[in-house]
Design a protein around this ligand. Structure first.
Ligand code: NAD
Length: 317
């Protein structure tokens, strides 16, 4: 049997690089594309790619998805994971919005147009986000009407809607995965766990926006990757899935867990809430459990220990 080939867009990022490693370990050939957007330092993304670049079944293309030959890219692949995007809620307001439109909407539409011509592709998995929902007070299922609270959320919802539209209209076998706050080794340096761990280890003050009582559904990276692989292999198409984790905690509870795990006390600075940040996110993962047999395993306490080790290695702390 010949080796199946997978395209991963955004392969130098947090989730894309971890997923690519897993695909290689599972025996697939991986073509990764990334243009090193400047949402965080290139050296961190290069570090994410280190092991991948050495692998004989990995091919890397440093290209912008909007300006690459997408037909050539799709020619020989069996599956596509579309993770390339500009993430981050706070920077999506104001002048940066055009970049969000380019990376999150136009690049997605361009890929979908090319996918129309490549009917041999067996499954496309789109990285959507809990930010499509906006705020929630209890567990949200996929029937909840999306009302994003940030321009970023609007662009992710647009990308998702485009995917489902092209799926229904042109028969592209596609699913959208609404990830809820993914954490663990390689988490982006602009994300809360990463910032909290680094500041606490360095003895630097860390900022809490609002009262610290905001809660999140936290998804460990391995669980997120498992969900993606399950979606790739599943016959299900034309659906969106919530991908949440085992733990639902407040920001302050997370800080306390990091203090416990590092043996160091946090020095907290308090600032007002930031527009676009939902007060609570809470995933009802029943649909992914039923249709994808998704079964998250890692709670925050366990996953944090692995992330703390990674942050220590990253900054020599
Ligand atoms: P990341 O920034 O670490 O990775 C994204 C990668 O995509 C980056 O390396 C970037 O350089 C690349 N990229 C962006 N636009 C590109 C383009 N036009 N062409 C080529 N490469 C491009 O982010 P991440 O946290 O790994 O997120 C991956 C995906 O998951 C994103 O689509 C994001 O919206 C989604 N998501 C992430 C989370 C999370 O908790 N990390 C939650 C919800 C959704």
């Amino acid at each position: 049997m010949s080796t199946k080939s997978v395209l991963v867009t955004g392969c130098a990022g947090f989730i894309g690089s971890t997923l690519s490693e897993r695909l290689l370990a599972d025996g697939y050939e991986v073509i990764g594309i990334d243009c090193f957007t400047n949402n965080y330092s290139r050296w961190i993304k290069e570090r994410n790619l280190l092991g991948l670049r050495l692998h004989p079944r990995f091919t890397f293309l440093e290209q912008h998805l909007l300006h690459t030959d997408r037909d050539l890219l799709l020619d020989k692949v069996n599956y596509v994971f579309h993770l390339a995007a500009l993430p981050g809620v706070r920077t999506s307001w104001g002048a940066h919005f055009q970049e969000y439109v380019d990376h999150n909407i136009l690049a997605t539409q361009g890929l979908l147009e090319a996918l129309r011509r490549h009917t041999h592709v067996e499954k496309v998995v789109y990285a959507s986000s809990s930010s499509v929902y906006g705020g929630m007070t209890g567990p949200a299922d996929e029937f909840r009407v999306p009302t994003p609270l940030s321009p970023y959320g609007v662009t992710k919802l647009s990308g998702e809607q485009l995917c489902l539209l092209y799926g229904h209209h042109y028969g592209i076998p596609i699913v959208a995965m609404r990830y809820f706050t993914v954490f663990g080794p390689r988490q982006r340096p602009d994300m809360a766990f990463h910032i909290f761990i680094k500041r606490i280890l360095e003895g630097q003050p860390l900022t809490i926006f609002g009262d610290g009582g905001q809660t999140r559904d936290f998804t460990f990276i391995k669980d997120c990757v498992d969900a993606n692989i399950a979606a790739m292999l599943s016959p299900v198409q034309g659906e969106a899935f919530n991908i949440g984790g085992v733990s639902h905690l407040s920001v302050l509870e997370v800080v306390r867990l990091i203090e416990k795990a590092t043996g160091k006390q946090a020095n907290l600075l308090w600032l007002p809430e930031v527009p676009g940040d939902p007060k609570h996110t809470f995933a009802d993962i029943g649909k992914a459990q039923a249709l994808l047999h998704y079964n998250p395993q890692f709670d925050v306490e366990h996953g944090l220990r692995l992330q703390i080790d990674d942050v220590k290695r990253l900054y020599n702390l």
